[in-house]
Write a protein that binds this ligand. Structure first.
Ligand SMILES: C[S@@+](CC[C@H](N)C(=O)[O-])C[C@H]1O[C@@H](n2cnc3c(N)ncnc32)[C@H](O)[C@@H]1O
Length: 276
């Protein structure tokens, strides 16, 4: 079969998309990346200003020389296990895209469940996001329910800087605070740290080497931050808390009228209930 024709983009071409992927995918696989092809496609597509579908549809496309260098540098970073989201500087969450860097946790797909449980709130309800990080929960809620009065806080000043930049002009108030700032809220949502101290050394290098430890680890049982929030919230305040599946029963015991929701993988991930 004849080779697929190249799609010229520049006179100074050195390689095609297919050749760039052909070099990057085995290199990322050898470095231990779990999804080498997906990662390589994301890095190459972004360097070309394309989406993945356009990239895959045109493997014969030429890479301008500068793009080859940019791709090489990105592959080098990924080979030392830097997460794709930090390399690209952004991560999608629900319908929005957030700027992310090592000051904040990369928002996870399972956290989208917290947004879902909050969508049934009555019109105009007041919601607070504790431990907002990049602002993911607060900004996704504001995007999907513009009627809600949304505020958010984080104990990390640098995280709040990231959230404020992500939320510019969105009408969400971000503050620095340890725990829940005083106030009356229709619902408090929180994806606080819930990893056990002894789990840290076993986490993937992408997490251990690049994400902020204080955003993930919370005491011997991973429950310090969640327990403190359940105790400090005003009696009767509704809380929706993300946690590890194995923590579901303990989290329910911290609340009254508690129910646990499962994530897309069927694991007990979010518990909703009232502060006692
Ligand atoms: C797991 S990250 C979640 C970030 C974001 N909510 C998300 O889902 O992507 C936990 C966040 O909680 C913050 N945090 C930890 N302890 C806290 C506390 N006592 N009060 C407020 N924020 C806290 C961390 O700084 C971090 O940004």
């Amino acid at each position: 079969m004849a080779d697929r024709p190249r799609t010229p983009t520049s006179a100074a071409s050195t390689a095609t998309v297919a050749e760039a992927l052909g070099g990057a995918v085995p290199a990322l696989a050898a470095a231990g990346c779990e999804t080498p092809r997906l990662d390589a496609e994301l890095l190459v597509a972004d360097a070309l200003g394309l989406d993945r579908a356009a990239l895959v549809a045109d493997p014969g496309r030429d890479l301008p020389r500068g793009t080859s260098r940019l791709i090489s540098e990105r592959v080098r970073r990924r080979r030392v296990r830097e997460p794709v989201a930090y390399i690209l500087g952004r991560k999608g969450f629900r319908r929005i895209e957030l700027a992310v860097d090592p000051r904040v946790l990369i928002p996870r797909p399972e956290t989208e469940l917290l947004v879902e449980v909050a969508l049934s709130l009555p019109h105009g309800a007041r919601v607070h996001d504790v431990g907002t990080g990049s602002g993911a929960l607060a900004l996704a809620l504001r995007d999907e329910r513009p009627d809600l009065v949304v505020s958010a806080s984080d104990v990390s000043t640098s995280a709040v800087e990231v959230a404020q930049a992500n939320g510019a002009g969105q009408g969400v108030r971000f503050t620095v605070a340890d725990g829940l700032p005083p106030g009356a809220y229709g619902l408090v949502v929180a994806n606080l740290p819930y990893v056990r101290e002894d789990e840290w050394d076993g986490l993937q290098e992408e997490i251990r080497l690049y994400e902020p430890r204080e955003a993930l680890v919370s005491g011997a049982e991973g429950l310090d931050a969640i327990t403190a929030l359940a105790r400090e919230a005003m009696t009767g305040t509704w809380l929706a808390l993300e946690h590890a599946p194995a923590q579901a029963a303990v989290v329910r015991s911290l609340l009254t009228d508690a129910t646990t929701h499962r994530d897309l993988a069927g694991r007990q991930r979010v518990t909703m209930g009232c502060a006692p």
